[in-house]
Design a protein around this ligand. Structure first.
Ligand code: SAH
Ligand code: SF4
Ligand code: F3S
Length: 473
C-alpha cells in the first residue's frame, strides 16, 4: 500500500494493513529541491516516529514523493520484532538498491529498530545503504544526509535517556484527518526475555504532559476527533512537573487529554497486565470520551512460561485483571497478543493459553510464532526447542479459535446501537461509510447525509467475522 489510507485501518493491525505505507506531503516554502520517499514498518510507535522524521525533513527544505524512483532520499523505517519483519525490510532494500544503480546520487537511509539493532553492521550487510539512524537520533538526520551527500557513510545510533521529541510537531501524513497518534513515552524497561524493544528503543522515558495535552488540543482544532496515546507500556507513564512537583500518572494524563473536548475520543496502547491500575479503569469509566477498549497482551496462559518470559504476572493475576475490567467497565472491548511455541512450552501449557482465550473471549487477538531474537535474554538462556511444525500447528489452533470468538462476539452485537466516529468512505462502496465504535470494532453503514468526522448512532443489523454492518438511526 502506498500513498494514503484507502480503507479501514485498525491500529493494532498495522502488521498487515499499513506495512510499507509511504508518506506524502506537499512541498514546503523553503524547498531545497530534494525529494524524499519514506516507508514504515512495525508498530504504531514507528509510524508515529515517521511523522517526526517527516517534520524534521520538511523543516529542512525537503519535499515528499510517493514514487521511490523519483526520490533523492529513500528512507525505510524498520522493525526488528520478529525475524520475518527484518527479512521483509531486506527484500525491500534490494529493490531500492536497483534504483540506486540507475541513479547513483540517490541516498538510502535505514531508520528505526533494525538500524539500532544492527548499527554499523547494516552497512556491511547491505552495501548500498548510506545512512543508519536509530530511533533517538532523528534530529541529526539533516547532518547525516549532508555527510552522505559528501560521499561518506553516516551513522547515528546513540540512544538517549531524555529524547521525547516533545517540541517537534509531527506532520500528519497519509492519514484520514480524523484519527491520530500521540507518542506519550519512548523506550521500555520491562525486559521481557523474548523482546528486542528494550535494546532497539532504549530506556523508558515519559514526555512532558503539557506538550501531550497541547498536541491533542491542536489536533482537535484541526478537525481530528480521535487520538491514540502511544507507549510500549502506557501504564508506567510518569511525569513530574518540575515547578509544582506534581506527579502525572497515566490515569491523570488520560483525564487531562479527555478534558480537552468531550468530542475528542481517547484511545491508548499498549497496557501491561502487571501495571494496569484500577485508577486507570475508573478514569475510563468516568469519561464517556475515553474509549472502552483495552489491548492487554497476555503472551501465554501458563504461569511457568510467563515467568520464563519475565512478564511479571501469573495466569491467575491476569485473569483477575480481566475480571476487574469487566466489573468496572462491563462493555469493555478486550484484545491481546499471544506468542506460541516459546522455549520449552509443553502441550498442556499451550492448552492453558487456549483455555485463557476461552475464559476471556477476546474481541481481537494478534498471534505470533515465537521468533528467537539475537542478544535477548531468551536467546542467551533458553533453547528455541519447539519444532517449527509444532509452533505452526499451535498457532493455527489459536488462530482458528480466535476466529470463532471474534465471530461470536460480533454476533452478540447484532441488534445493539453504538456511537460511531466516521473515519471515511468504505473501501468496497462509495455509498457506504465506515467508522469504529468505542470497542474498536469497525462498523459499515449507508452514507445518507453523514460525513467523515461526524459521530452517529448506528444500529447493527448483521455482521461478518470481521465487520459489523448497520444503519444510522
Ligand atoms: N509493548 C507491547 C508489545 C510490543 S511488541 C507489550 O508489552 O505488549 C508486539 C508483540 O509482538 C508482543 O506483544 C508479542 O506478542 C510479539 N513479540 C515480541 N517479540 C516477539 C518474538 N521474539 N517472537 C514472536 N513474537 C514476539
Ligand atoms: Fe517488549 Fe515486554 Fe517492553 Fe512490550 S513490555 S516492548 S514485550 S519488553
Ligand atoms: Fe518493531 Fe521496533 Fe515497534 S521492533 S514493533 S518497530 S518498537
Amino acid at each position: 500500500m502506498s500513498g494514503q489510507f484507502s480503507g479501514v485501518i485498525d491500529l493494532k493491525k498495522m502488521d498487515e494493513s499499513r506495512q510499507g505505507e509511504a508518506l506524502v506531503k506537499d512541498a514546503p516554502d523553503k524547498a531545497n529541491g530534494k525529494k524524499f520517499y519514506m516507508e514504515s514498518y512495525g508498530c504504531a510507535m514507528n509510524f508515529s516516529d515517521s511523522e517526526i522524521v517527516a517534520s524534521v525533513l520538511l523543516d529542512n527544505g525537503f519535499s515528499t514523493t510517493n514514487e521511490f524512483i523519483n526520490a533523492d532520499l529513500i528512507l525505510i523505517n524498520t522493525c526488528s520484532i520478529r525475524e520475518n519483519a527484518e527479512q521483509r525490510v531486506r527484500a525491500r532494500l534490494q529493490q531500492f538498491s536497483a534504483t540506486k544503480k540507475q541513479r547513483p546520487g540517490t541516498i538510502i537511509g535505514v531508520l528505526g529498530c533494525m538500524a539500532e539493532r544492527l548499527k554499523k553492521k547494516l552497512l556491511d550487510e547491505e552495501k548500498l545503504v548510506d545512512i543508519v539512524v536509530g530511533p533517538d537520533a532523528y534530529r541529526t538526520l539533516p547532518d547525516l544526509i549532508q555527510e552522505a551527500q559528501g560521499g561518506q557513510k553516516a551513522v547515528n545510533v546513540l540512544l538517549s535517556r531524555e529524547e521525547t521529541y516533545a517540541d517537534i510537531n509531527p506532520v500528519r501524513l497519509g492519514g484520514n484527518g480524523i484519527t491520530a497518534f500521540i507518542s506519550i513515552m519512548r523506550g521500555c524497561d520491562n525486559m521481557c526475555t523474548f523482546c528486542v524493544v528494550p535494546f532497539t528503543r532504549g530506556r523508558e522515558r515519559s514526555r512532558d504532559a503539557r506538550s501531550i495535552v497541547e498536541e491533542a488540543r491542536m489536533l482537535f482544532e484541526q478537525g481530528y476527533r480521535e487520538v491514540t496515546l502511544l507507549g510500549q507500556n502506557v501504564d508506567s507513564y510518569k511525569w513530574v512537573h518540575e515547578g509544582t512537583e506534581e506527579t502525572v500518572t497515566f490515569a491523570k494524563l488520560m483525564e487531562m487529554v479527555a478534558q480537552v473536548n468531550t468530542d475528542l475520543r481517547i484511545r491508548f496502547s499498549t497496557s501491561h497486565p502487571k501495571d494496569m491500575t484500577d485508577e486507570v479503569l475508573h478514569t475510563m469509566a468516568k469519561y464517556e470520551n475515553i474509549c472502552n477498549y483495552i489491548h492487554l497482551p497476555v503472551q501465554s496462559g501458563n504461569s511457568r512460561i510467563l515467568e520464563m518470559m519475565n512478564r511479571g504476572y501469573t495466569r491467575e493475576w491476569y485473569m483477575k485483571r480481566i475480571d476487574r475490567i469487566r466489573e468496572i467497565i462491563p462493555d469493555c472491548g478486550i484484545s491481546t497478543d499471544i506468542i506460541t511455541g516459546f522455549c520449552s512450552e509443553a502441550e498442556e501449557e499451550h492448552q492453558e493459553t487456549v483455555d485463557m482465550m476461552k475464559y476471556v473471549q477476546y474481541d481481537f487477538a494478534y498471534m505470533f510464532k515465537y521468533s528467537e531474537r539475537p542478544n535477548t535474554a531468551a536467546e542467551r538462556k533458553y533453547e528455541d526447542d519447539i519444532p517449527e511444525e509444532v509452533k505452526s500447528r499451535r498457532l493455527q489452533e489459536i488462530v482458528d479459535l480466535q476466529r470463532e470468538h471474534g465471530a461470536l462476539q460480533n454476533q452478540k452485537d447484532v441488534g445493539k446501537t453504538f456511537k460511531v466516529l466516521i473515519e471515511g468512505v468504505s473501501k468496497k462502496s462509495e455509498d457506504q461509510l465506515y467508522g469504529r465504535n468505542d470497542q474498536n470494532k469497525v462498523i459499515v453503514f449507508p452514507k445518507e447525509k453523514y460525513n467523515k468526522g461526524d459521530y452517529v448512532q448506528v444500529k447493527v443489523e448483521s455482521c461478518t467475522s470481521g465487520t459489523l454492518i448497520g444503519k444510522a438511526i
